[in-house]
Structures are given as C-alpha cells and as structure tokens.
Design a protein around this ligand. Structure first.
Ligand code: ADP
Ligand code: MG
Ligand code: MG
Length: 207
C-alpha cells in the first residue's frame, strides 16, 4: 500500500505542527549564528501551507508537494524559503503524476530535494547548511530497502546525525559564514529544521 495525496497532505500538516512546536528553538539557533528568524520564517511558511491545504485538495502526492513549494517560496523570506521551496518543487517534479508513493518514489523525492537545494544554494557537505542533513538522509534512504516508513526512518536518522555533525563546523555558506570561526560550536538551524521535517514525515508514515 502506498502513500496517497491525502496521506502526504496529512504528513505536511503534521510537519507544520512540528515546525510550530520548534519555532523558538530554531529562532535561538539562528540567533546564535544568523539573524534569529529561521523559526519564525518556517512557522509562517508552514502556517500558510496549512491554509492552502484547507482551501484546495491536490489530487496527487506531487501536486501536494508543489503546493507546499509554491506557498513556501511566496511566504518564507531569507535563504531557507527559496531553498526549501526548491527542494519541495524538485521532489514534486520527480514524482510526476503518480497517484501513490512507494519506497522507491520516496527515495527519488528526497534525492531530488537535495539536488534542488544544491542547485539553488551551491553548498557542499561540510559547509554547515541543510545540505549536511539532507545529503546523509539521501545516502541512508538509498541504502535502505523496505517500506516507506523504513526508508523515511533511515533518512531521518541520517539527517539527525548529519545535523549533529554541523556543530563543530565553520560555516562557509549563508549568513553564518559572515561569522567565520565564531560560527563553530553551534548547531546549524537549517540542518536542524531539515532533520525535524524528515523525522516528522517518518512518524507520519508509521515509523
Ligand atoms: P536567512 O539566513 O536568510 O535569515 P534562514 O534563517 O531562514 O535564512 O535560514 C538559514 C539556514 O539556511 C541556514 O541555517 C542554512 O542551513 C541554510 N542555508 C543558508 N545558505 C544556504 C546555502 N547556500 N545552501 C544551503 N543551505 C543554506
Ligand atoms: Mg535567519
Ligand atoms: Mg533572515
């Protein structure tokens, strides 16, 4: 049994709740090495996504993700809006008009999301960005054969470890890079939010 558009919409709504719950934490992380808006940027964006889902019912998983992408691009400012928007847009495009998602489609979507973030932001692993969470998520998903829940659980674990790995790093991309060496010893807010989103998607899939 695969994930339908309704399952994906429910997962996005659950993710919006997680973003709201972690708003202050993400603000604090961004206050330490950025401008302190990451939690509020994402909360506002996902609130708008929930409103969009309240007024329209996309009929495929790809269409749900496309709505998420468009809404995030138009409501979230800063670096993360365009980056997450591009991630969801590439994932949507990779899914095409498939009616249901199995493990292979989920892996393809996460891979496409990483491709979008890298195309847009030009960050590499080790630059202390959301790529440090997404790249190991893709590698873990690709190495896992199993259900959608198992693939997402592996991706979430990869993202969690990848986010933790940003703590000692000196930022080479984004606002945190302006701090140079002083960006070390802090968790990257975008890597943290990526890990939170993937963990939420995994829980929604039943992991
Ligand atoms: P801003 O820095 O514009 O205020 P946010 O605070 O919402 O935007 O997002 C900051 C996060 O965006 C960072 O923690 C980092 O993970 C991510 N980020 C910034 N620049 C890039 C980039 N070029 N590639 C990938 N991720 C990036
Ligand atoms: Mg910021
Ligand atoms: Mg900002």
């Amino acid at each position: 049994m695969g994930c339908t558009a309704a399952d994906v919409a429910a997962a996005v709504r659950a993710a919006a709740e997680v973003v709201a719950e972690h708003r202050d934490e993400l603000v604090e992380l961004d206050r330490a090495i950025g401008d302190g808006d990451h939690g509020e940027n994402l909360r506002r964006g996902f609130n708008a996504v929930v409103s969009a889902l309240d007024t329209s019912t996309p009929d495929t998983p790809g269409a749900v993700l496309k709505l998420v992408a468009k809404t995030l691009i138009s409501t979230v400012g800063g670096a993360a809006g365009p980056l997450y928007g591009t991630a969801f847009l590439r994932a949507a495009t990779a899914l095409g008009d498939a009616a249901e998602l199995g493990p292979a489609e989920v892996t393809t979507a996460i891979e496409a999301a990483l491709g979008g973030v890298v195309a847009r932001g030009k960050a590499a692993v080790g630059d202390k960005t959301m790529v440090d969470a997404l790249d190991p998520a893709v590698r873990a998903a690709t190495a896992t054969s199993g259900s959608v829940a198992e693939v997402l659980a592996a991706a979430a674990a990869g993202a969690q470890a990848g986010a933790a790995s940003t703590v000692p790093l000196v930022a080479r991309k984004g606002r945190a890079s302006y701090l140079g060496e002083r960006s070390a010893d802090h968790l990257d807010p975008g890597a943290r939010s990526t890990a939170l989103l993937l963990a939420s998607f995994a829980r929604s899939a039943g992991a």
